[in-house]
Design a protein around this ligand. Structure first.
Ligand SMILES: NC(=O)c1ccc[n+]([C@@H]2O[C@H](COP(=O)([O-])OP(=O)(O)OC[C@H]3O[C@@H](n4cnc5c(N)ncnc54)[C@H](O)[C@@H]3O)[C@@H](O)[C@H]2O)c1
Length: 260
C-alpha cells in the first residue's frame, strides 16, 4: 500500500469541526496525518474525531478559541503531548459579517472579527513557529477568500480581514522562507458549507439564492467543502515545495469574471 501524502506529519486545523476545516481535517487524516482539531464547537469536533477514528485515522480535539492566545498555547501544548510537534498548521477558523452600512458597525464586532480572522491566524502561527524552526521545516495554510482581492458590497469589514490574510501570508513567507517554512493562502469562492446552506434555508427562496450565488462563478455552481480540501492538501505536501507567499485561488473562475 502507498504511504499517505502526509504520513508521520502532525497537523493542526483551526475551525476543523465544521465546513471547509472539517473536510480538510478528514482528508489530511486519510493521507496519514495526525490531526488536532482546534475549535470552539465541542460537539461537532467530537463527531469529526469519531469519523476519523472510524477509518483508522488519528485525531484529537482541543477546545480552542483562537482569539485568546492562552487558549492557543494550551491547544499547542496538548497537541505536542498527544500527537507530537506540529509541522503543518491550517489557519482556517474565521467568520463572515454582513453589514449594510459600515458606519453603523459597532466597535465590539469590528474588534471581534479582527481578533479571530486575522490576529487569531497570527497567534496560531506564532505558537507553532518554534517547533517548525526547530525542525527546519513547516507549512502554514491560511484561508483567504475572493474577498481577499475584491470588495463585494455589504461584507464590511470581513473583506478587510481577508485582505490582511494575504499580507500576513506574504510577510511570514518572506520572514521564514530562509528556515524552510512555507506559507500560502487558499482563497475559495462560495463553498456550500452546512452553515451557508442553513443561512439560505432560512430565506424565502433557498434554491433561487443558491443558484444566483452559483451563477457568479463561470462554472455556474458553488463549491463543495471537499473541493477546498484537495488544494489545501496540495499546499501542505511536498508537491508544492517551491511555492510560498502565494494565493491559490480556487473560485470556479469567479475572479476572472466581470459583469456590468
Ligand atoms: N464558506 C465559504 O464560502 C468561504 C469562502 C471563502 C473563504 N472562506 C473562509 O474559509 C474558512 C472556513 O469557513 P467555513 O465557511 O468553512 O466556516 P464554518 O462556519 O462552516 O466553520 C468555521 C469553524 O470555525 C470555528 N470557529 C469559529 N470561531 C472560532 C474561534 N474563535 N476559535 C476556534 N474556532 C472557531 C467554528 O466553530 C466552525 O467549526 C474561513 O476563514 C472563511 O472565511 C469560506
Amino acid at each position: 500500500m502507498m504511504a499517505g501524502r502526509l504520513e508521520n506529519k502532525v497537523a493542526i486545523v483551526t475551525g476543523g469541526a465544521d465546513g471547509i476545516g472539517r473536510a480538510i481535517s478528514i482528508l489530511y487524516a486519510q493521507e496519514g496525518a495526525k490531526v488536532c482539531i482546534a475549535d470552539i464547537n465541542d460537539e461537532l469536533a467530537g463527531q469529526v474525531v469519531a469519523e476519523i477514528a472510524s477509518f483508522g485515522g488519528k485525531a484529537m480535539f482541543a477546545h480552542t478559541d483562537i482569539s485568546d492566545p492562552a487558549s492557543i498555547a494550551a491547544m499547542v501544548n496538548q497537541t505536542v503531548e498527544t500527537l507530537g510537534e506540529p509541522q503543518v498548521l491550517v489557519n482556517n477558523a474565521g467568520f463572515i459579517t454582513f453589514t449594510d452600512d459600515p458606519a453603523t458597525l459597532d466597535r465590539a464586532t469590528w474588534k471581534k472579527i479582527f481578533s479571530v480572522n486575522l490576529e487569531g491566524m497570527w497567534e496560531c502561527s506564532r505558537a507553532v513557529l518554534p517547533f517548525m524552526r526547530k525542525a527546519g521545516e513547516g507549512v502554514i495554510v491560511n484561508l483567504g477568500s475572493v474577498h481577499s482581492f475584491q470588495i463585494v458590497g455589504g461584507h464590511f469589514p470581513y473583506a478587510i480581514t481577508k485582505h490582511g490574510v494575504i499580507g500576513l501570508t506574504r510577510s511570514l513567507a518572506v520572514e521564514y522562507g530562509p528556515e524552510n517554512i512555507r506559507v500560502n493562502a487558499l482563497c475559495p469562492g462560495m463553498v456550500e458549507t452546512p452553515t451557508a446552506m442553513a443561512t439560505w434555508a432560512a430565506m424565502d427562496d433557498p434554491e433561487g439564492v443558491r443558484k444566483a450565488v452559483g451563477d457568479l462563478h463561470p462554472l455556474r455552481r458553488n463549491a463543495s467543502c471537499e473541493e477546498m480540501a484537495y488544494p489545501a492538501l496540495f499546499l501542505a505536501t511536498h508537491e508544492s515545495s517551491f511555492m510560498t507567499g502565494q494565493s491559490l485561488i480556487v473560485d470556479g473562475g469567479r475572479s476572472a469574471f466581470y459583469s456590468d
